[in-house]
Write a protein that binds this ligand. Structure first.
Ligand SMILES: [Zn+2]
Length: 169
């Protein structure tokens, strides 16, 4: 994780004055709280199946939920619908909240949504492949987005198998 080295308010170096508290060395009042970033993660239901997609930047073949950073001035539920349009070119129903999950490794808070979506799937440049999986065959994974998928499946009466993920290096 990249950290700020200089104060974004006055450009003085940042220092760790107490454990886990990084502040401006010039005492301008800035504290780098390093709060987690909210990310919408979407379980997209399409023709009775779940869309799982592979990001171009990911090694391997793992396919995950559609995700995106919540924009300035945007609600997380709006973000979910927007990301489904941008990444899959599908028109989604209003997003229903599944739950909120920490994702400490990435300093993110995952806000899980479900949508139903219509149209013809066309991937944007972030994605290079996708799979359609019937809910009863979905396998989830033990990070924030995977827990969102698991909890949505449970709400429909399916208990998914959990895969083990290779450690990120
Ligand atoms: Zn400062």
């Amino acid at each position: 994780m990249k950290k700020f080295k200089f104060c974004p308010m006055c450009a003085a170096p940042l220092v760790e004055k107490k454990e886990d508290r990084v502040e401006c060395s010039a005492n301008c009042g800035f504290v780098n709280y390093d709060n987690p970033t909210p990310v919408a993660a979407v379980v997209v239901e399409y023709e009775g199946q779940i869309v799982l997609a592979h990001n171009r930047s990911w090694p391997g073949t793992f396919c995950g939920l559609i995700t995106g950073f919540v924009d300035h001035g945007e609600g997380a539920a709006e973000c979910a619908v927007r990301e489904v349009k941008e990444e899959l070119d599908l028109d989604a129903t209003p997003a229903t909240l599944i739950g909120v999950y920490p994702f400490e490794q990435m300093n993110q808070v995952i806000i899980g949504y479900h949508v139903s979506a219509k149209g013809t799937i066309k991937l944007n440049e972030e994605l290079d492949s996708y799979i359609l999986v019937p809910p009863e065959e979905c396998v989830a994974w033990p990070t924030g987005t995977g827990y969102a998928l698991r909890d949505w499946l449970r709400s429909r009466g399916y208990e998914p198998e959990m895969m083990t993920l290779p450690r990120r290096t």
